[in-house]
Design a protein. Structure first.
Length: 312
C-alpha cells in the first residue's frame, strides 16, 4: 500500500462483477475503451453521432443505441468520450440523467469539469470528470503505463472503480471535479515544453552529418536523467525556500543561456522555442535571485498575484 493520494489502482485480473455500461462516443479513443470493456466481458451499449462508427462494435458484442438518450436509459453507468465539452452538452441535451452515474472522459478545462458536475448533479446524476493519460493503442494493455485521472463524486468512484480500471489504471485525485482536468493539463503542458526542447535539439543537428536516430537515444536518456529535478523543485515550492539545496544556480544558468543562443545562431536555427523561458529566467535574476534555483520564477507566472496558498 502507499499513502500517495494519486497512486494508481489497477483492475483486478478477474473482475468480480461485470457492470453494464453505456458509452457515448466511438471515435478513436471511445472505440479503444469499448473494446477493452467488451473483451473483459462487460455488457456495453454504444452510441455515436455518426452511427457507422458505433455499428463496427456490434460485431464485437456491443449493443448499438439509436440515440444518446436511449443509450443513457440502458445503463446506470454512463461513460462519455466525445471531442470536447460542447459536444458533451449537445449529446446529452435531451437525455434523462436521473439516478445515473455519469463519467466524462472528454478532455476539458478544470472550469468545464466543475460546470459539467453542477449541470449533471442538477439533473439528478452523480458525476466524475476524467483526464486520459494515454493514446488509444495503450488502452486495454495493462503493461502500457496508461492511466486515467478521475475527480468528483467519491461514492461513484468507490462503486465503479473496478469497472473504470478495466481499460486503464485509475488515479482518483479528489472530490473537486476540476482536479482531473487540472492534473491532466499540467502534465500535457510539461510535455509541450519538453517537445519544444526536443524539436530545437534536432534543429541544431539537422544540417550536419549526424543521424537523428543515433542522437535520439542520447536525448531520451538525458531528459530522463534531468527529470527528477522536479522533485527538488517541488520541495522548494512546498517550503517557499528557493535557495534550498541549490545545485545549478540561476546566475550560472542565465550565463549558460548565452551559449545556447549563440549556438543556435551559428547553426542557423531560430531560438523562438527557447527565448520565452530564457526571458523569464533573466527577469527573475534581475530581481536578485541569482543564488537560488530557477524554481522561484514560478512567481512571475502568477498573473493573479497574491502568492500560493498551498506553500507551507
Ligand atoms: N486520441 C487520443 O490520443 C486521445 C488521448 C487522450 C485523450 N483523448 C480525448 O478523448 C476524447 C475523444 O478523442 P478521440 O481521439 O476519440 O477523437 P475522435 O476520434 O475525433 O472522436 C471524436 C468523437 O466525438 C464525437 N463528436 C464530435 N463532435 C460532436 C458533437 N457535436 N456531438 C456529438 N458527438 C460529437 C465524434 O462523433 P462523430 O464520429 O459523429 O464525428 C466522435 O465520436 C477527446 O476529448 C480527446 O481529447 C484522446
Amino acid at each position: 500500500m502507499t499513502d500517495n493520494p494519486v497512486a494508481p489502482r489497477t483492475s483486478p485480473s478477474s473482475p468480480t462483477s461485470l457492470t453494464p455500461l453505456a458509452l457515448l462516443g466511438t471515435g478513436a479513443m471511445g472505440t479503444a475503451l469499448a473494446r477493452a470493456w467488451l473483451a473483459a466481458g462487460h455488457p456495453v451499449t454504444v452510441w455515436n453521432r455518426t452511427p457507422a462508427r458505433a455499428e463496427l462494435l456490434a460485431a464485437e458484442g456491443a449493443t448499438v443505441a439509436a440515440s444518446a438518450a436511449e443509450a443513457v436509459a440502458a445503463s446506470r453507468l454512463v461513460v462519455v468520450c466525445l471531442l470536447d465539452d460542447a459536444s458533451v452538452g449537445a449529446a446529452l441535451d435531451d437525455a434523462d440523467l436521473t439516478g445515473r452515474d455519469l463519467v466524462n472522459l472528454t478532455t476539458g478545462t478544470p472550469a468545464q469539469g466543475r460546470a459539467r458536475a453542477t449541470w449533471a448533479e442538477a439533473r439528478g446524476a452523480r458525476f466524475l470528470d476524467a483526464g486520459i493519460m494515454a493514446v488509444p493503442p495503450m488502452i486495454g494493455d495493462a503493461k502500457s503505463g496508461a492511466y486515467v485521472f478521475y475527480s468528483g463524486s467519491p461514492g461513484l468512484f468507490e462503486e465503479h472503480g473496478d469497472t473504470l480500471a478495466v481499460p486503464a489504471a485509475t488515479r482518483y485525485v479528489g472530490a473537486d471535479p476540476g482536479f482531473a482536468a487540472l492534473y491532466d493539463v499540467a502534465l500535457l503542458s510539461a510535455m509541450s515544453g519538453m517537445f519544444a526542447g526536443v524539436l530545437h535539439a534536432f534543429a541544431l543537428l539537422r544540417r550536419e552529418d549526424i543521424d537523428p536516430r543515433d542522437f535520439a537515444p542520447l536525448l531520451v536518456s538525458w531528459l530522463g536523467a534531468m527529470a527528477p529535478a522536479a522533485h527538488q523543485a517541488a520541495d522548494q515550492l512546498r517550503s517557499g525556500d528557493y535557495g534550498k539545496d541549490v545545485v545549478s544556480n540561476l546566475a550560472m544558468q542565465v550565463a549558460g543561456n548565452a551559449t545556447l543562443l549563440a549556438t543556435a545562431e551559428e547553426q542557423g536555427v531560430s531560438a523562438e522555442l527557447l527565448t520565452p523561458y530564457m526571458a523569464l529566467m533573466e527577469r527573475w535574476l534581475a530581481e536578485g535571485h541569482g543564488d537560488e534555483d530557477t524554481t522561484g520564477a514560478v512567481e512571475l507566472l502568477d498573473v493573479r498575484g497574491g502568492g500560493a496558498p498551498g506553500v507551507r
